[in-house]
Design a protein around this ligand. Structure first.
Ligand code: ADP
Ligand code: F6P
Length: 335
């Protein structure tokens, strides 16, 4: 359960819009439902869904949503509004055009669900155009400053765990070594949580440096001393493409026969977990309440179980760091 803020409505809006942007994440649909239903139940007459993220904003791909439009989506992965990466939105004149399109339709505020890039676009948009914007953290990577959790992270971790548990069965049967690459862009939140929860023999993340050769020698020695055991190494994709292949190559040089499994986009799909449905629903409802309470240029996130607001400027300038003590757990659980 989350603690929700006590917010007093002081503003009225007739029409608002929402969009999903960047990499989709499981839970975006319950967030959309939370926003649409809360808005309509709080006296906002018109709620518009912008399709295909910021591209749809520029192209006027904007459609009215009703309470029924969001029926039966709470359990569905992906985003009913579609998502996109839109490089043009980095240009101020393009953002001004998008604001003009919204104003023309009488739309007075925008809610953006997405990752850190989307939050940057959201902040610049409101700063330059004056149109109120609220952001919600939606990404499997859990790398957004100011929020302990992001919509989709829990589901992605559980999806990766389901896959690795299956890999472990075959790894045990053949006493083999698997290198499993997980997503996370430049961060190791998924890898760390997945690594701890699947009982990985080793976890590699971009935040902490390691000597590739030393690491592989240690691993090869460990395996030589423990004949008959399987091995799962969880590797965050990181900023360094090809790292997993390089680790495999080094291990082969040391006489090992590692198998590579890249989980990839499987982690972005699937039905949102109960946790993500709850998080997304509470964040969606709260986004509307913050808007009606007169807030602007904020992201609504979660800190220590409480739904809170963080200025978007802070979200986009801060860094979210992987807790060293949590990462250390990955090294303390070996046999
Ligand atoms: P995410 O939101 O998941 O981090 P991206 O980093 O790809 O994904 O960002 C999503 C979209 O947000 C981009 O395609 C672009 O439309 C917008 N965006 C990202 N960075 C900026 C920026 N610096 N200025 C304006 N818009 C941005
Ligand atoms: O940000 C979410 C994410 O899935 C990252 O984990 C990954 O690096 C990236 O998006 C992949 O993006 P794309 O689907 O554009 O390849």
């Amino acid at each position: 359960m989350f603690t929700l803020p006590h917010l007093k409505p002081i503003k009225t809006y007739k029409s608002i819009a929402l969009l999903t942007s960047g990499g989709d994440s499981p839970g975006m649909n319950p967030a959309i439902r939370g926003i649409v239903r809360t808005a309509l139940n709080s006296g906002i007459e018109n709620v518009y869904g912008v399709r295909h993220g910021y591209s749809g904003l520029i192209g006027g791909d904007i459609h009215k949503l009703t309470s029924r439009s969001v029926t039966n989506i709470v359990q569905r992965g992906g985003t009913m509004l579609k998502s996109a990466r839109c490089l043009e939105f980095k240009v101020p004149q393009v953002r001004a055009k998008a604001a003009a399109i919204l104003k023309e339709k009488g739309i007075e505020a925008l809610i953006v669900i997405g990752g850190d890039g989307s939050m940057t676009g959201a902040h610049l948009f409101t700063e330059e155009t004056g149109l109120p914007v609220i952001g919600l953290p939606g990404t499997i990577d859990n790398d957004i400053p100011g929020s302990d959790d992001t919509i989709g992270f829990d589901t992605a971790v559980n999806t990766a765990l389901g896959a690795i548990d299956r890999i472990r069965d075959t790894a045990l049967s053949h006493e083999s070594l698997f290198l499993v690459e997980v997503m996370g862009r430049n961060s190791g939140f998924i890898a760390t949580q997945v690594g701890i929860a699947c009982g990985a023999e080793l976890v590699v993340v971009p935040e902490y440096e390691f000597d590739l050769h030393d690491l592989c020698v240690t691993l090869a020695k460990q395996r030589a001393n423990r004949l008959g055991s399987s091995g799962i190494i969880v590797i965050a994709e990181g900023k360094d493409p090809g790292l997993t292949s390089r680790i495999a190559y080094q291990l082969e040089e040391l006489g090992q026969e590692p198998k590579i499994c890249i989980l990839g986009h499987i982690q972005r799909g699937g039905s949102p977990s109960g946790h993500d449905r709850m998080l997304a629903s509470c964040l969606g409802a709260s986004a509307v309440q913050y808007l009606l309470a007169g807030y602007n240029d904020i992201m609504v996130g979660v800190q220590q179980g409480a739904i809170i607001d963080i200025p978007l400027r802070k979200v986009i300038t801060d860094n979210k760091t992987l807790d060293q003590n949590i990462f250390a757990i990955t090294t303390l659980l070996h046999k």
